[in-house]
Design a protein around this ligand. Structure first.
Ligand code: LLP
Length: 427
């Protein structure tokens, strides 16, 4: 981890901030994000996709979103992928440029579409016929036109957890290319006077370590571009290959840089489109996890320690599945380090358990760590994506605060929930 180190006091440091001091100041559980690392990654994307290939990059806000994150994305010049009126509203609340917002979702409601149209978001990604009809009547009423992409399911499978695969035939997302529904959606959109049809979108899944899958996707999509040109005489301006770029969680993972994906995607687009004599469309990518995942850690305080002799030692922390659902939902692996003392010789195999009333609330099973005592501070790494945004109030746990660390300075960007927050909507 570039931004993490152990300082002379033996404490973990993130972007120059001592984790023990952060805990004294803000308490635990605590999400800490490294702003410099987030910005570095945004800039990598700028350099290696936007500038190099004249591409467009949207940060997939579902990975980690709040006002401050929107401000950062805005200042780094990336666009935003939103999937709900809540995400859209958050962006709107900090004056995020609406023309740089792309609205996704497999069941956008009429209210959400209305909001998207009123705020003039840059693109709506059409996902199903119900939505096309709804949006069309909405736009007719207002005499407006809107730029759209059409989401298709290319019918290919990424090697990742079933719950985060999206490109296969049997999916709730997008129009199927196999059964003709994509073609009839394309036909409908081309003949409508409410839409400017900009291009096709496909998202293959998340945490994809292989880049070949993007080659397959582009090869499948280009066939449609060719068919559209032949049939309608139209050459589309854009192609959107979605997100899915993988990050490092634990030692079985390899680190992937952005070029690993952007080069292959862009070169395949060059080759395939020129091969058919088609103009090169602008390439959109939508990374979420890759931007923020490794930039975040979660700090916990160790509480009860229970040893079942000869079987297992449970080390319990003051958070768990309410701040990180991924191990229980996807069997996701994480790496933990002790944040308040130097590595010692004395290691042991422990299981890190959360405090929720679920046997499945285990963050890391059987990991080797320094011998821990109650009161120690534990850091779980690579928790920047899909942790804060998937957190819950199960067991009426209060959502942790989020702190931004940046080169020795720290500031709070989301306050810890209070008891009052928990009951404020209860009648
Ligand atoms: N674009 C679309 C249309 C998406 O559906 C997604 C993620 C992304 C982009 C961003 O994917 P990323 O670059 O972050 O892999 N909660 C799961 C991940 C769900 C991803 C859903 N869609 C997890 O914690 O692994």
């Amino acid at each position: 981890y570039n931004s993490l180190k152990i300082n002379d006091r033996g404490n973990l440091e993130i972007s120059g901030c001592d984790c023990v001091e952060l805990v004294e100041k803000y308490g635990t559980p605590l999400y800490v994000m490294d702003e410099a690392e987030i910005r570095r990654r945004c800039r990598e994307i700028r350099k290696k996709h936007i500038d190099k290939y004249n591409g467009i990059a949207l940060y997939a806000s579902k990975a980690f979103l709040n006002k401050e994150m929107c401000r950062i994305v805005k200042s780094e010049g990336l666009g935003l992928d939103v999937v709900s009126s809540g995400e859209l509203y958050t962006a709107y609340s900090v004056d995020f440029p609406m023309d740089k917002i792309v609205f996704h979702g497999n069941n956008k409601t009429i209210d959400e579409l209305q909001m998207a149209v009123e705020l003039s978001v840059g693109r709506i990604v059409l996902d199903n016929f119900y939505e096309i009809n709804m949006l069309e009547s909405l736009l007719k009423g207002k005499g407006k036109r809107i730029d759209v992409q059409i989401r298709v399911a290319p019918g290919i499978e990424g090697h990742t957890h079933d719950y985060i695969k999206t490109g296969q035939i049997d999916t709730k997302f997008g129009f199927s290319l196999q059964d003709g529904s994509a073609r009839s959606a394309i036909d409908k959109v081309i003949h409508s006077n409410c839409f400017n049809f900009k291009g096709l979108h496909s998202h293959l899944g998340s945490q994809l370590f292989e880049n070949e899958i993007y080659i397959s996707a582009v090869k499948i999509l280009v066939e449609e571009y060719r068919r559209i040109k032949e049939l309608y005489g139209i050459e589309l301006d854009e192609i959107n290959v979605g997100g899915g770029f993988a990050i490092y969680y634990s030692k079985e993972d390899e680190r992937r840089n952005i070029s690993f994906y952007s080069d292959i995607i862009n070169k395949t687009v060059d080759k395939e489109f020129s091969g058919y004599g088609l103009k090169r469309p602008t390439v959109y990518i939508e990374p979420g996890r890759w931007v923020v995942g490794e930039a975040g850690i979660t700090l916990y305080t160790v509480g009860a320690i229970k040893e079942i002799k000869g079987i297992r030692k449970y080390v319990c922390i003051d958070g768990g599945m309410t701040d990180n659902i991924r191990p229980s939902l996807y069997n996701a692996n994480y790496t933990a380090v002790v944040a308040n003392k130097k590595e010692s010789e004395e290691k042991e195999v422990i299981t890190i358990a959360g405090k929720c009333c679920e046997s499945g609330d285990i963050l890391i099973k059987d990991c080797q760590l320094n011998k821990l005592e109650s009161g120690d501070i534990l850091a779980v790494l690579s928790t920047g994506a899909y942790n804060f945004t998937m957190s819950s109030n199960y067991n009426r746990m209060r959502r942790p605060a989020v702190v931004m660390a940046n080169k020795g300075k720290d500031r709070i960007i989301v306050k810890r929930q209070t008891f009052e927050d928990l009951i404020k909507n209860d009648i």
